[in-house]
Ligand binder design. Structure first.
Ligand code: ZN
Length: 193
């Protein structure tokens, strides 16, 4: 399992709801936490590891020794939001790029957990911001889409760098072509959604 980076097309793919929680899904989730910790991230959406499912994981401590801080959100839906706040965000699919993003300050989110129970969370602060960033991923939206004009300009060169790296990796055969990526996602969706 690897983290895909901008501009990989799966980051733009709207994810589909999962039908069930089973052993294979639990294994993927455990792996998602591992790759997230290995890159010191605090949140990771399934499509960032090239899986087309409505699922993300969070650990605000970004530390594998703090397993009780782990949160799993399956088929999440934000049902309410309030207020507005701006803070700097980064993303494991945009290494070394940070920029301020405006988002609602408080959200209510419902999601299934690993036991298949429907949970409802009223969140504020960093956790509210993190779940909004991750739900955006599931909708094919990334944080640079939400930047103001000044921030957009400040990340422009770094994005061009990532685009060049992607094209060069693809030319070296490290990344499949768009049709192969789409086919794989369709197969994974057929199996589980
Ligand atoms: Zn992200």
């Amino acid at each position: 399992m690897n983290i895909i980076k901008y501009p990989h097309p799966t980051l733009r793919h709207p994810s589909k709801p999962l039908r069930r929680v089973d052993a294979e899904l639990r294994r993927w989730i455990a792996e998602m936490f591992e790759v997230m910790y290995s890159r010191k991230g605090l949140g990771l959406a399934a499509n960032q590891v090239d899986l087309p499912y409505r699922l993300f994981v969070i650990n605000l401590k970004a530390n594998e020794d703090e397993k009780d801080e782990e949160l799993v959100f399956i088929n999440p839906v934000i049902t309410k939001h309030a207020g507005m706040a701006e803070a700097e965000e980064g993303c494991l699919s945009f290494p070394e790029i940070y920029a301020p993003v405006r988002r609602p300050e408080k959200v209510t989110i419902t999601a299934y957990n690993l036991s298949g129970d429907e949970m409802r969370y009223e969140l504020t602060g960093l956790l509210a911001r993190a779940v909004q960033h991750e739900v955006d991923h599931l909708d094919g939206v990334v944080f640079i889409d939400r930047l103001g004009e000044t921030a957009r300009l400040s990340v422009r060169d770094a994005l061009i760098g990532l685009e060049r790296q992607f094209e060069s990796d693809r030319a070296r055969g490290l990344i499949p072509d768009d049709a192969q990526i789409a086919q794989r996602l369709a197969d994974l969706e057929r199996a589980r959604t």
